[in-house]
Design a protein around this ligand. Sequence first.
Ligand SMILES: [Zn+2]
Length: 272
Amino acid sequence: MPTRKGNIYNMINIYTYVKQLDVENGETKRLNCPLCNSYKTFSVTNNMGSLLWNCYKASCSTKGSSRVHLSVDEIRAIQKKQASSKDETFTMPDFIVPHRHRKEIMNFCELWELDIEKVDLYYDVKESRIVFPIKKDGVIVDATGRSINNKLPKWKRYGNSDLPFTHGCGSVAVVVEDCVSAVSVGNDVYVGLAVLGTSLLDSHKRFLSQFSTAIIALDPDALPKTLSFAKELRGYVKDIKILRLTDDLKYRKPIDMDNLINLTQKETQKWN
Ligand SMILES: [Zn+2]
């Protein structure tokens, strides 16, 4: 049981510790937690000179933030990126508007039990689609929209990035079929990654390579796809698990959620 004094001592130490890691702007480092010693549960991100850190282990409360100075080179790189990205970056089309608690979005959230406060949604007023922004380093780089009036395609991609849609900030990746499932499963334990297609792209594998555990949780009838994903991820992720679902994860069947937790607990126990 740490004493109060001990905590303050640790806090001072952690400031020194994270600062000497020299995390560059835009970079995230995943390390063993300096306080609870858990395997790679500690993450430090430098977002434009804001250093944020936290430990994903439920029993460990290590988290904090601090400003760090950006080097002249880093500031130049940001300016250059901002200047060049003006033509390159994705801009939301005019017909895609912020959700503003509009009826269609609220109904969709209610149907899938999504918490509108926890998920960033937009609405395509032209084609009646619920739009999920795809972000990279906190910036919207693409978007995909789910039709709510049976218009085809069911999912429409607006930009041309090959990045996956992800949701959550946990330390275990869960590979799912679509954005709704990714949002359903993503929280501070899991990161839901929606493949949004039939194949696992290099960008998906690169993203997944930062996790030591990935759980593949595709539709129950997609066993060949599941097995091929598991095979493809070898070499990128240390532990690859297959969650045999009884239904798509977005339906949150209690048996599926229990199985997911069991699968994760086995992993967490193994690390400790
Ligand atoms: Zn910790």
